[in-house]
Design a protein around this ligand. Structure first.
Ligand SMILES: [Ca+2]
Length: 308
């Protein structure tokens, strides 16, 4: 079984490659992402040093930091973004964030892990939980979205989605789906769901029937491990599991339009042994604000993108 809860970003040869590449100035998070594509095609059978050199070359860095996605793969260059922190707020470091939504001045959050899963409404400025309902320990809650007065919450491997009343958090309905549930978002008409693969499904919010799907691709290669989602001005944004990278995805074609490198966002001083990966994107459309956090992170950040 895929150990989703807590897993190091990589081990063995790949980590040695990352270390070497990092010494050459390539951001670790991007090397992890780019290498995922190439290791899937047998690069891991090469020795560590040639593989590392490949990664450096693929990142197009030649000892400098990457400014676009790898140049030796098919498709047009993909813009890279860094970030500027606009604001920082407290976040419950016991919240294993799996879904995050901005709604009417507060955050709606889904937390995961069996026995710790919950649905919460959270005050941004204080991190205070305004309303919470816990999920039975047999379920591992995942992404959430708010649509038509309802909150939809996925579960990881239970093939079950819960529908709650937005105001009361009363559970109204259960829906089923095939495959795993990871991230969830909405374009205002349909639900948008990731499942750990490169596929994103669009779902009817009443029946949960799949209306269409897209395969997310980065310069011609499918990009799996799509996790928490957010719909931002016509694009789908997705945390890439086990990386500090958010992909900006064309919601029609599935092509990656840009990569946001959030490496270093949570300072080392704020990390403890339970701190997990970046996960959680919320968008305040009214004020054009982007919020991000991570699993068991003590902070939520409002960020602004900075093109590289
Ligand atoms: Ca979200």
């Amino acid at each position: 079984m895929r150990p989703k809860a807590r897993t190091p970003a990589g081990t063995g040869w790949s980590e040695r490659c990352f270390a070497i590449a990092a010494q050459a100035g390539v951001r670790h998070s991007l090397v992890v992402l780019f290498s995922r594509i190439f290791f899937r095609h047998g690069l891991s059978r090469l020795s560590a040093l040639p593989a590392a050199l490949c990664l450096i070359l693929l990142a197009g860095c030649d000892g400098q930091r990457a400014t676009t996605a790898p140049s030796s793969v098919a498709g047009p260059a993909v813009p890279l973004y860094r970030y500027k922190v606009v604001n920082v707020w407290p976040h419950d470091r016991n919240a294993f964030t799996q879904g995050l939504v901005w709604l009417d001045g507060t955050l709606i959050e889904s937390t995961g892990l069996n026995g710790h899963s919950s649905l919460r409404r959270v005050e941004l400025n204080t991190g205070h939980v305004l309303r919470q309902t816990d999920v039975s320990a047999e379920f591992f809650a995942e992404g959430l979205a708010v649509l038509n007065g309802n909150i939809f919450q996925l579960t990881w491997q239970n093939h079950r989605a819960f529908v709650y009343d937005l105001a009361t958090f009363a559970r109204k309905q259960e829906l089923t789906y095939a495959g795993e549930g990871w991230g969830l978002a909405t374009d205002g008409r349909e639900l948008i769901m990731s499942d750990g693969t490169a596929q994103i499904r669009f779902l009817d919010p009443v029946t949960f029937a799949v209306t269409r799907n897209i395969i997310v691709s980065l310069r011609g290669e499918s990009l799996p491990m799509l996790n928490e989602l957010e719909y931002v001005k016509g694009e789908i944004w997705a945390n890439i599991w086990q990386t500090d990278v958010i992909a900006r995805i064309d919601s029609v074609s599935g092509q990656v339009l840009g990569l946001i490198d959030l490496a270093g966002l949570l300072p080392a001083a704020d990390r403890d042994p339970n701190t997990d990966v970046l996960n959680g994107i919320a968008y305040d459309a009214a004020e054009n604000r982007i919020f991000v956090t991570g699993k068991n992170w003590p902070k939520i950040f409002e960020i602004r993108l900075v093109p590289k």
